[in-house]
Design a protein around this ligand. Structure first.
Ligand code: HEM
Length: 195
């Protein structure tokens, strides 16, 4: 892959990652209200939320890989793993690393929910809320395109989507945060115990 293609891929994959993360977080917030578009069964919304999170990781992987191997930035793998270890834009890239690690923790503990137990899974799942603003600030701070109209529109759409989801949840009142997940977790646990 030549340098220009790497650079475009890093930027494009970063923007797609932010959009997917936003969609997953907004749907996650809404599913705590057991919300679903009319005619949609709730399990479909929960499945979409989960698959969007997995797809976010795929594009995040591409974003990180192309950023690390790009000879212009000389990031190296240390910067991708240890926050603020980069010599290139250390603060903004450090925030990206933190957002990525929070997201990874959320997805891994969700996939292994039975191993971690409900309380630990739930506590870690709240980190998803932290991952989103940290990722947004990373993109705004380090992106070549953060001043250009197309990325400004994407940033504004993402902020509006998450704020609307939170607003809807606050307005409607939270019946039971992460309640649907607890129900399915309990059901699985009870099945294992043969109850
Ligand atoms: C959830 C985590 C992350 C998200 C959502 C994200 C998203 C973004 C976005 C939207 C941009 C702006 C792109 C542009 O201006 O065209 C960006 C830039 C960038 N990101 Fe990330 N990022 C994340 C994590 C990371 C990590 C862990 C690294 C590597 C250590 C990284 C490396 C970079 C670099 C080098 C740029 C600057 C690209 C350039 O404009 O030259 N990002 N990121």
């Amino acid at each position: 892959m030549n340098d220009t293609l790497l650079w475009y891929t890093t930027r494009g994959a970063g923007a797609v990652t932010l959009l997917l993360l936003t969609a997953s977080v907004a749907l996650g917030v809404l599913t705590t209200r057991r919300w679903s578009p009319s005619g949609w069964p709730r399990f479909l919304v929960a499945g979409l939320h989960r698959n969007l999170a997995l797809l976010t990781l795929v594009f995040l992987g591409l974003h990180i890989l192309t950023a690390v191997v790009d000879p212009f930035t000389h990031l190296g793998w240390t910067a991708a793993v240890i926050p603020f270890a980069s010599s290139y834009r250390p603060v903004w890239l450090g925030l990206g690393t933190i957002a990525a690690e929070l997201l990874l923790a959320v997805v891994v503990t969700s996939l292994l929910r039975g191993v971690f137990g409900y309380a630990a899974w739930r506590a870690i799942h709240w980190l998803a809320y932290l991952s989103w603003p940290v990722a947004l600030v990373h993109g705004l701070g380090t992106g070549t395109d953060s001043g250009s109209t197309w990325l400004r529109v994407i940033d504004a759409v993402c902020a509006a989507a998450v704020l609307t989801a939170f607003g809807a949840r606050l307005l409607l009142g939270s019946r039971d945060p992460l309640g649907s997940a607890r129900t399915s977790f309990r059901t699985a646990a009870e099945r294992q115990l043969g109850r």
